[in-house]
Design a protein around this ligand. Sequence first.
Ligand code: ADP
Ligand code: MG
Length: 212
Amino acid sequence: MGLRVTREERAVLDGLDLEVAAGETLSISGASGCGKSTLLRVLALLEPADAGRVEIDGQDAESIDYRSYRRRVSLVFQEPPMFEGTVADNVRYGPSMAGRTVSDSEVSELLAQVAIDPAIASRDAERLSGGERQRVALARALANRPQLLLLDEPTSALDPESAMEVIAQIRRLSAQGLSVVAVLHVPEHARLLGDRHLHMRDGRLETVEMST
Ligand SMILES: Nc1ncnc2c1ncn2[C@@H]1O[C@H](COP(=O)(O)OP(=O)(O)O)[C@@H](O)[C@H]1O
Ligand SMILES: [Mg+2]
């Protein structure tokens, strides 16, 4: 793959290589500003790489219909914006774009999966707290039944208990074949979530051995 991204004439990603297997979870750590979010955006095709290619199942991502790629590869931002409407509207958004209706019970199930009381389904999404938004955004991503989930510090606004529930749920989904790349700052969260641990430095990724 050999991704290369330069911003303001500085190499942010420098010949970085990354391969994720089906059902594999990766954690990425690294100093602030080292390029972790940039990597996730490039993998989600939200930003172009200057060199290198993103592939999915051996197919060049650029050759796939953009919207269907974005459903297969879902990115959850650290401070995810909510769409106008209720929490349920937000969860239903992606599937509705693909012509699929998500039932009330599926919405409840998706919210429960991310450790949120399904009773908030009817609330105005834009009035939620940061931690609630983070989990609703995760439910919204999961509603697309992605193949690869990209998470940018998914536990940063969560209390420790909710963080553990979210991590446990992601592990269950990965056991069913979901691939996950998660930027995580809390070493304990990285250890619990990742099958593999990577550290970003100078635009590249290094493997980290974590004692378990
Ligand atoms: N569009 C852009 N234009 C200019 N600089 C950018 C752009 N996007 C990211 N950067 C710079 O690239 C570096 C990596 O940013 P980022 O990927 O957000 O880091 P991290 O998520 O690891 O904190 C930072 O120095 C940031 O300022
Ligand atoms: Mg970042």
